[in-house]
Design a protein around this ligand. Structure first.
Ligand SMILES: Cc1ncc(COP(=O)(O)O)c(C=O)c1O
Length: 473
């Protein structure tokens, strides 16, 4: 029988949890069941996921930030259909195909002077690996400096730059010569760079794990310290780039010019794995320094045609639909609409972020509900944020994520195409959840019931309940 995608989806759908339990990651299934996050999605449309019962879930997670254009954008979809119908000669490898060149040029044109070359990759972590490798070669130095709370991916090199102990534990020894400094502390950075042996400072313009920002002056100092010490300044824009914060690159807000910029996530509209490293000719040519070294760095799929097509179509949509400006305006509206909730609900301590990368930080109330909050935190640090994320999903059909382990921060990464309707829906839903969270234990009971149901479902498969932590994106 010829392969029929629709038939596979229809006939195997009921088995999906069992398949994941048996062949992929049974612990993730436990987490999903415990939270009750086990809807069966059948379609993605713009800012919404549609499930098998026809229900629509508002997606304020966007696949960890890849769906800047929303899901199933017609222009990107049509470009991919066209690419398939053209039977493009993909991955010839020993050729110079046109599309990688056109996409590289389009990316360089969006960057500041001094960014001249592009190295394509398959993911965010691979982009960070390239940045480490190319910085070491260009400077002939080994050491890399990164920040507390940093997240640059989970391959071993990127993991060596990860500020979260929970991700690193059990995978060492990691890349030697990687030193951590506090984010936002220019004096600490000055001390780390002073010996003159640091190849690169790798840093997120806004830290994804917690949505932490440093003052603008800090960025000027980072740039100046890097220049003064012969160190390359690497801006990891994998999450913050591509318009997420209301500028195409987040570092443009700070008026700095990093030597290397890493991209991935939104670059292919969410369709095809892709990443890109933008750098000067000096950096890239230090690696590809002779004909002998022309393939000293490569990756089989990195210039694959579907990724290039999706990337070009995505950039075209960015221009045609003014996506970056829309993200800026929608972000301002979202933060402004959330501000009164900080006044109204003691539990919501702060709303922060830029564009459509927004963090909601929760804190123990000083009056009513303090014991409830404390008890949840005793059960597991950062547990309170689940009291927000779970009812947002179940009561209001909105998908959000806990920003990091051990903190009560919920991160919002909606598609950049959201409008007033989605913003109003989210703000009203959060208001409702916070009202109940502050008022009585009823919400706790509701969430507890959801988790108990999920746990029972897990037990039917012979497993005990486990802790539920932050996600990786
Ligand atoms: C700033 C940053 N760098 C790197 C990565 C790793 O990207 P990937 O998951 O594609 O490897 C992420 C992923 O969330 C990220 O946010």
């Amino acid at each position: 029988m010829p392969f029929d995608l629709e038939e596979v989806l229809a006939s195997r759908r009921v088995e999906r949890l069992d398949l994941h339990r048996s062949y992929l990651n049974p612990q993730l299934v436990r987490v999903l069941q415990t939270l009750g996050f086990d809807r069966t999605y059948v379609r993605g449309e713009g800012a919404y996921l549609v499930d098998d019962e026809g229900g629509r879930t508002l997606d304020f997670l966007s696949g960890f930030g890849v769906f800047a254009l929303g899901r199933s954008h017609p222009v990107v979809k049509a470009a991919l259909h066209q690419a398939l119908d053209l039977d493009l000669p993909n991955l010839v490898q020993l050729d110079a195909a046109v599309l990688p060149g056109v996409l590289a040029q389009a990316l360089v044109e969006r960057a500041h002077p001094g960014i001249e070359r592009v190295v394509f990759t398959n993911s965010g972590a691979e982009s960070v690996e390239v940045a480490i490798k190319f910085a070491r070669r260009a400077t002939r130095r080994d050491r890399i400096v990164y920040c507390d709370h940093a997240f640059h991916g989970l391959t071993t090199g990127a993991l060596a730059l990860n500020g979260g102990a929970e991700f690193r534990a059990g995978f060492g020894p990691l890349l030697p010569g990687c030193d951590r400094v506090p984010f936002g502390d220019a004096d600490a950075l000055a001390r780390a760079l002073a010996p003159g042996d640091v190849a690169a400072v790798v840093i997120e313009p806004i830290q994804g794990k917690g949505v932490y920002e440093a003052p603008v002056e800090y960025w000027r100092e980072v740039e100046a310290l890097c220049r003064a010490n012969g160190t390359l300044f690497v801006a990891d824009e994998i999450q913050t780039g591509m318009g997420r914060t209301g500028r195409f690159f987040c570092h443009d807000h700070f008026g700095v010019r990093p030597d290397i910029v890493t991209l991935s996530k939104a670059l292919s509209g969410g369709y095809v794995p892709v990443g890109a490293v933008l750098a000067s000719a000096r950096v890239v040519d230090s690696v590809f320094s002779s004909m002998d070294r022309a393939v000293v760095h490569s990756s089989t799929f990195s210039r694959n045609q579907l990724a290039m097509v999706a990337g070009l179509a995505t950039l075209a949509v960015f221009d045609d639909e003014d996506i970056v400006e829309r993200a800026r305006v929608a972000g301002e509206r979202l933060v402004a609409a959330l501000a009164p909730l900080v006044e109204r609900h003691e539990l919501l301590a702060e709303v922060r972020g830029r564009g459509l990368m927004v963090g909601l930080e929760f804190a123990a109330p000083t009056t009513h509900g303090r014991t409830r909050f404390r008890l949840m935190e005793l059960a597991r640090k950062g547990m309170f944020s689940q009291l927000i994320v779970v009812p947002l999903y179940h009561r209001h059909r909105i998908l959000t994520q806990v920003a990091a382990d051990n903190v009560n921060i919920v991160k919002l990464l909606p598609p950049l195409i959201i409008g007033d309707e989605e913003i109003d829906t989210f703000v009203a839903a959060l208001d409702d959840v916070l009202r109940d969270a502050g008022r009585s234990s009823a919400l706790l009971v509701e969430v507890g019931r959801t988790m108990a149901k999920g746990t029972l479902a897990g037990r039917r498969h012979g497993r005990r309940p486990g802790a539920v932590g932050g996600t990786s994106g």
